[in-house]
Design a protein around this ligand. Structure first.
Ligand code: HAM
Length: 429
């Protein structure tokens, strides 16, 4: 057993897995740019109050899963690691006066989030999200645009069988009456409520609906549904979101039980799942509208909507589905080897020149026989071995094409250009 290990619920992304994440992040960045979202970076920690007020005091994420930082004597503020990026982005929107920018302000970020969750496959204490937020547009068209963007991401990274679940969870006009009805329903079943849920019944009854406690499943299935209690404005909004989705050719299923786990949501709520996958309860991503959040965090009333897609779960599903893209391109194109094991200076100098010319090159710096150097280059998957030998006196080296098995003499001055040309030849067949 090693003395030190990564903390429980976290994991190291070793180069192969990091390469998968690189690809996901690259696709996310290109896609977000195509849809007009501009990158933003907020701190990995915020005042804890940003999350407490933004996500809701009585939510699993705030009550159980927030990583609180031990206060330092000279600081009076309580901080917490971000469990999600939306509250921080909205905090930034208010702080920097983005209300005065052309609306909506469309922002995107990708990075690690922290939740003190019970670790299991697909559930970590540090995980990555691809997030987009459109702040300042009341919808409903932008709701559909964002939901479609999520499906486009899954399609471009290569996840198949993604299902879109949508719901509307009402707004301050229709929700209070619904919550009263819901509380009445659960009060009629107090005997079947686990103690933690009993406590929440009085503090935040909506959260009973997304309880992870298996004892709640049956009770929740029979609970009154917000979808049947929407006010006229919310119902019209939801109808329009659905019409826009249909017009865009995005298949979806209305799931009246979908309420999401954070308090800031109003109206549109949605999640992405992979059909028929074991552990189906794990969403690949989710999001929704948060028309009260900007005001809650100190800004003028401003509507907003966004999503967070879990990249760890996407990587997991890609691996299960046998996708994930190739790793091609991260090994060296050329390895500089030499007949004189001691002459590391020449090998390193040539590799340095190739790298300065923009090529992926490595010099063999071990003082070992040429045969061993070549063997290592082959194992690494290098396409070319640049062999330093007697021709060096004439300013020349041998270039061996390790894929084609051919070899020829090249002048050092032409080396970078020749390798680049041969590489293009390989790639275009
Ligand atoms: P969320 O549903 O809490 O929403 O998280 C979004 C996604 O992050 C989940 O669907 C899941 O894929 C991933 N995720 C969450 N927790 C974990 C975990 N412990 N391990 C691995 N993956 C996880 C939000 O965070 C909202 N901020 C989304 C949003 C943006 N709504 C509006 N704008």
């Amino acid at each position: 057993m090693p003395t030190f290990r990564a903390p429980r619920g976290t994991r190291d992304l070793l180069p192969d897995e990091r390469a998968v994440f690189d690809r996901l992040q690259r696709i996310a960045a290109h896609l977000a740019a195509r849809y007009g979202y501009r990158p933003i970076e907020t701190p990995l920690f915020e005042q804890a109050a940003v999350f407490e007020r933004g996500l809701g005091e009585v939510t699993d994420v705030v009550e159980k899963e927030l990583f609180r930082l031990a206060p330092r004597t000279e600081e009076s503020e309580a901080w917490a690691l971000r469990p999600e990026p939306t509250a921080g982005i909205v905090r930034a929107y208010v702080q920097h006066g983005m209300q005065t920018w052309p609306q909506p302000v469309k922002l995107t970020t990708t990075g690690p989030m922290f939740r003190y969750d019970r670790p299991q496959a697909g559930r970590y204490r540090q995980f990555w999200q691809f997030d987009v937020e459109a702040i300042g547009d009341p919808g409903p068209a932008v709701d559909a645009e964002i939901i479609e963007l999520g499906t486009r991401f899954y399609a471009e990274v290569g996840v198949t069988g993604v299902e879109v679940l949508v719901n509307s969870i009402g707004d301050p006009a229709c929700r209070p009456a619904y919550l009263a009805e819901l509380a009445g329903y659960y009060r009629g079943h107090v005997a079947s409520l686990p103690p933690t849920e009993l406590d929440r019944l009085e503090r935040n009854v909506m959260r009973l609906l997304d309880s992870k406690d298996p004892a709640m499943a049956e009770l929740n299935a029979a609970a009154p549904r917000i979808t049947d209690r929407l006010c006229e404005a919310c119902a019209a909004h939801f109808e329009s979101v659905k019409a826009h989705l249909s017009a865009l050719g995005v298949p979806f299923r209305v799931e009246p039980g979908l309420v999401r786990g954070l308090d800031y949501y109003t109206r549109t709520a949605f999640e992405y799942y992979v059909a028929g996958r074991e552990g189906q309860q794990q969403a690949l991503g989710g999001g929704g509208r948060y028309d009260g959040l900007v005001q809650l965090l100190g800004g003028k009333p401003t509507p907003g909507i966004g999503f967070g897609l879990g990249l760890d779960r996407v990587a997991l599903v890609l691996a299960e589905q046998g996708g994930g893209g190739s790793r091609a391109g991260d090994g060296p194109l050329a390895v500089v080897v030499g007949a004189d094991p001691e002459d590391t200076i020449t090998r390193l100098r040539i590799a340095t020149d190739l790298r300065a010319a923009g090529l992926r090159a490595r010099a063999d710096l071990a003082r070992r026989k040429l045969g061993r150097q070549l063997e290592a280059a082959g194992k690494e998957g290098a396409h070319f071995a640049v062999i330093v030998g007697d021709e060096l006196a004439q300013g020349q080296v041998q270039v061996r094409d390790l894929l084609a098995g051919t070899q020829r003499i090249v002048t050092l001055a032409d080396l970078a250009r020749e390798l680049a040309r041969a590489d293009a030849g390989h790639r275009h067949g």
